[in-house]
Design a protein around this ligand. Sequence first.
Ligand code: PLP
Length: 272
Amino acid sequence: MLTPAYDALVNLFEHVVGAEQVKRWAFRAADSRWSLELDDLRALLSPATRLLVVNFPHNPTGYLPSPEWQRELAELAEEHGLRLFCDEMYFGLVHAGTPPIPSMADISERAVVLSGLSKTHGLPGLRCGWLVMADEADRHEVMNWKFYTSICPPVATEYLARAALRAADLLTQRNLARIARNMQTAEAFFARWPGLFEWRRPMAGSTALVGFDVPSVSRLSRQLAAEEGLLIQSAAMLGSDDRHMRIGLGRDGFDTALDRFERWLERSQLAG
Ligand SMILES: Cc1ncc(COP(=O)(O)O)c(C=O)c1O
């Protein structure tokens, strides 16, 4: 399991197999970007390893592997007989300068791919997502399990989801343009505060993981919420340390919030 990672993803697998069974494949902080090393993964594998859980584009680092690296990962899964659970909720949100990659579902029959309309299409309120898996028996088992729980998705959601998928390109482009605008604002901001923040430009997705040179981001985030109505998230909540924060780049109003954060920083002890 990747670390840091979207918390529900970690919690779910820990719940299923027990926390002590889950090994963490950690991102590395290179100078200007985040990296993920296949050799680190090889060192974690054992004959008991059954499932590899990944998420690309990655929340929170914005990491996206190269097509070659992705293929190597699929080969490694094949070699070790592993199933691959691939969270592709941010599929297609790829920023300028980064080569896009195909879905793991198109590369490996071992993959179970999760995606949906919440991120790439910006429609989290529809609560619509899906799994893609090649194995027919597995597919039937999952569908059967679904029948035992909520039977089927809401019809209104299905109707709206189909309309959204017909306009998928438009929605994705609109989202990408918003993220690009916010990224420019963020880069200018972090360039003004080089001693306080460590910015690594996300390659994809709508989040960034930023080093923040304070003793505890959690403490500061509580203070910011109370004093300014601003929300930053400590990376400690995502399995990383309390000296990184996650920011979201996917919303309108980002510039206003960042401006407010900057005014607060200027008044705080952290300035200068
Ligand atoms: C990596 C990842 N997977 C899954 C989800 C869940 O998405 P949804 O809002 O559709 O439940 C999120 C939401 O933040 C996410 O970041």
